[in-house]
Ligand binder design. Sequence first.
Ligand SMILES: *Cc1c(COP(=O)(O)O)cnc(C)c1O
Length: 382
Amino acid sequence: MKDLRPALEQARAGHLYRQRRVLDSPQGPRLVVDGRPMLSFSSNDYLGLAADERVARAFRQGLEHWGSGSGAAHLVTGHSRAHHALEEELADFTGRERALLFSSGYLANLAVITSLCGRGDTVIQDRLDHASLIDGARLSGAALKRYAHNDMAAAEKRLAAANGEILLAVDGVFSMDGDLAELPALAALCREHEAWLMVDDAHGLGVLGEKGGGSLAHFGLDADQVPVLMGTLGKAFGTAGAFVAGSADLIETLIQKARSYIFTTALPAALAEATRASLKILREEDWRRGHLQDLVARFRQGAGELGFALPPSATPIQPLIAGEARTALEWSRALEEQGVLVTAIRPPTVPEGSARLRITFSAAHSEADVDELLRALEVLAS
Ligand SMILES: *Cc1c(COP(=O)(O)O)cnc(C)c1O
């Protein structure tokens, strides 16, 4: 048994130590964090649905009807009518034959990659893909080949050199940078090389495109061009869990083969009822997306005036690159002193030398909240 302390001390010395904060309030712009009121720009609750009263009501009603626990995995007795209805509604929302619920996005990504690929096959990914996609590729036993961020020539090279079954998996919106994958180009390349294209749209669904259809709706891509779509329910949907949408054959394959589907307890049915309510709001309330875009534009304008060089992001994810982990932490602390919460994101979550503040906006923010953030940022600009 090795002494665990030295590695912990080393992380601390390198400004890479991670600590949790304790919340005493629901998710939202105004939080009570470690006992202190804060204005937060650090959640993925993009549409402000995590504490929506209608979603909560559906959750409570679901709880009355279904009880608290699903009691079993989906293939045993955990798959309720509520789960089933949500799957049908998600299939309709995404314009696909079927959708399949998972307990988390992490598990959904493991499921897809390990079910479609194995030894002798090739998984191709953008360098900035989410950790769960990387872990899925590793677990599958397929060769993992990564290409420089959004470099289509590099992606094509990987496709041309690939063996066996080929799966190209990519974030629709990159989680730490907020920029979009070049999905039309990737779709064309995958077609040419007879490769599966899988889009993880954790940060696009609900936020981008008409009716919140996400990155694919933004680019006008259909199910033929992107056969595998993964979405998470813990971000814009404001609940928890995830789904994969695709052809009936794809979904049946996942049900038969995916160990991260088969060997885990179904989410509570009440949560499925809550998510059905949030899906309805997400599709109908366009004003949330419009307001979000206004907030982002206001922030970018103001931050530009303060002299910050913002990377090109048109999404609610707005990074301020600090470089060193220590600088990102100092920035975060300087904001915290002014009652503004923006978490520092450090390696290995982002590449070495690109530590940052990851500012995220929510439809629950007001323009005054953005102005308060900008005032707090003045300290860093000077
Ligand atoms: C959050 C996230 C996931 C994981 O989803 P969870 O439901 O939180 O497990 C997967 N992919 C991306 C791009 C994400 O941002």
